[in-house]
Design a protein around this ligand. Structure first.
Ligand code: BGP
Length: 470
């Protein structure tokens, strides 16, 4: 079980799911502020602005905005080497199209990063994690519009300049390939019935990839030591059967994922994906200059989320599950929310990415969303979570030691409980740290250590050597 010296053990959150304070400190409204609460059986609604009478769980999150010092002290107690969070774009540019940033927003992240650095915790910062200033949606149609590239570049340059001596590790867009699955979350776009939806999604993806490449170029010139990554959902995907047509279905499913890493790591669209666009008659605004930008703005590493795995079939209709599309795997168990549990698939995913790109990899999300119950002794004994994480770390070790994969670090998702992205419920918990809050937002918001807190502390202390627990 060898992990290299300096392996980045840590945890991950996103601003919109934990900060709260949605209208404090000059922050503008973001798309995440317009998502109502949902559940496993009820989709969250993306309302037009904030509608009176609706409940928006992200408005208060877990009040990380005011309690970050306490949370970071707990991360330090666990031994975190890094902490992944995002900057809320609308704290920096409240409407998105201002020329000057909001100083109070910038100051908040100065304080946050200083607090991390005080404990020797490296911030790993996502520029855009599932929120876009709502002003850009209303005025420009969000990522339907090429102008977004300019707004994003201004935002990225502003924060790169400001934090160039505090933050080394960056990610541009969270789960950039999610635009093909639930486009309103990463892009703020509301798809219309009477339009070519696939075309809109690929177009938005293209603008985001150009914006990302421009940010990478700007970042490298501001500080050549920056490590700027892309971030995608990369679950393992299997052919449902060994029928040749199912293998083709698998290949086609993978092509749509690789599109994003091909463009962001290698700097170009493959001939195969161009043929696909042609075949589907997609009219995409991709200019010669864009192609130049993509070539020059390649990322330094691949960050990816891994929760579950899926199947591809030429005949079975996929119901979609977890945070991705694809069918169920009859050999695997699933979480209470139907997310398949597949640790071995993580080894496959690591190998697939490393074989194809040979750039460092960073698992920036992984974990089990589960309902936690407080035990009689007042503690949460989350052995199910320890078991899930342990099995995934074992597979990481195999990928590193037996397969030669270059893995930089590991930041399990929701290291402190937070608002679920897909359902808006806090009861879908991932944390090592429990937050006293129910699905209606009631509770003291007090933090407490779960049993997994002590287990993860041991994992980090032994640099991944000792994963066993009583
Ligand atoms: C990823 C997102 C995260 C996060 C996670 C867990 O897709 O990047 O923001 O929330 O999934 O999903 P959920 O919160 O729906 O359980």
């Amino acid at each position: 079980m060898k992990f290299k010296e300096g392996f980045l053990w840590g945890g991950a959150v996103a601003a919109n799911q934990c900060e709260g304070a949605y209208n404090v400190g000059g922050k503008g409204l973001s798309t995440a502020d317009c998502l109502t609460a949902g559940s496993l059986h009820k989709k969250r609604v993306y309302t037009d602005g904030v509608v009176e009478g609706e409940y928006y769980p992200n408005h208060n999150g877990i009040d990380f905005y005011h309690r970050y010092k306490e949370d970071i002290a707990l991360f330090a107690e666990m031994g975190f080497k890094c902490f992944r969070t995002s900057i809320a774009w609308s704290r920096i540019f409240p409407n998105g199209d201002e020329l000057e940033p909001n100083e109070e927003g910038l100051q908040f992240y100065d304080n946050l990063f200083d607090e991390c650095l005080k404990y020797g915790i490296e911030p790993v910062v996502t520029l855009s994690h599932y929120e876009t200033p709502y002003g850009l949606v209303k005025k420009y149609g969000s990522w339907r519009n090429r102008k977004m590239i300019e707004f994003f570049e201004r935002y990225a340059t502003t924060v790169f300049e400001r934090y160039k001596n505090k933050v080394k590790y960056w990610l541009t867009f969270n789960e950039i390939n999610s635009v093909l699955i639930f486009p309103h979350i990463p892009t703020g776009i509301r798809l219309q019935e009477n339009e070519n939806q696939e075309e809109v999604c690929y177009q938005a993806a293209h603008y985001q990839m150009v914006a990302s490449a421009k940010a990478v170029m700007a970042g490298h010139s501001i500080n050549p030591n920056f490590k700027i990554g892309m971030m995608m959902i990369f679950p393992a995907t299997y052919a449902l059967t060994c029928q040749p047509q199912d293998q083709i279905a698998l290949m086609e499913a993978m092509d749509k994922q690789y599109l994003f890493s091909d463009v962001q790591v290698r700097g170009y669209y493959t001939s195969k994906i161009k043929k696909y666009f042609e075949r589907k008659g997609l009219q995409l605004d991709i200019t010669k200059e864009d192609e130049e930008v993509l070539k020059n703005g390649c990322v330094d590493y691949i960050g990816f989320s891994y929760y579950d795995s899926h199947t591809a079939s030429a005949t079975e209709k996929s119901e979609g599950s977890g945070n991705f599309f694809g069918g169920k795997n009859p050999y695997l168990q699933a979480s209470e929310w139907g997310w398949t549990i597949d640790a071995v698939g993580l080894r496959l995913a690591l190998n697939q990415l490393y074989d194809r790109y040979q750039v460092p990899l960073f698992i920036v999300e992984n974990g089990l969303g589960a309902i936690d119950t407080i035990g009689e002794d007042g503690m949460i004994h989350d052995h199910y979570r320890i078991d899930y994480l342990k099995k995934h770390i074992e597979q990481m070790a195999i990928a590193i030691n037996e397969d030669g994969v270059d893995l930089m670090g590991y930041t399990p998702w929701g290291c402190v409980d937070l608002i679920s992205m897909s359902t808006g419920e806090i009861k879908k918990r991932y944390g090592f740290i429990y937050v006293d809050c129910d699905i209606h937002g009631n509770g003291t918001l007090n933090r407490s250590r779960k049993e997994s807190f002590y287990w993860y502390q041991q994992v980090i202390q032994t640099n991944g050597e000792n994963l066993d627990w009583k």
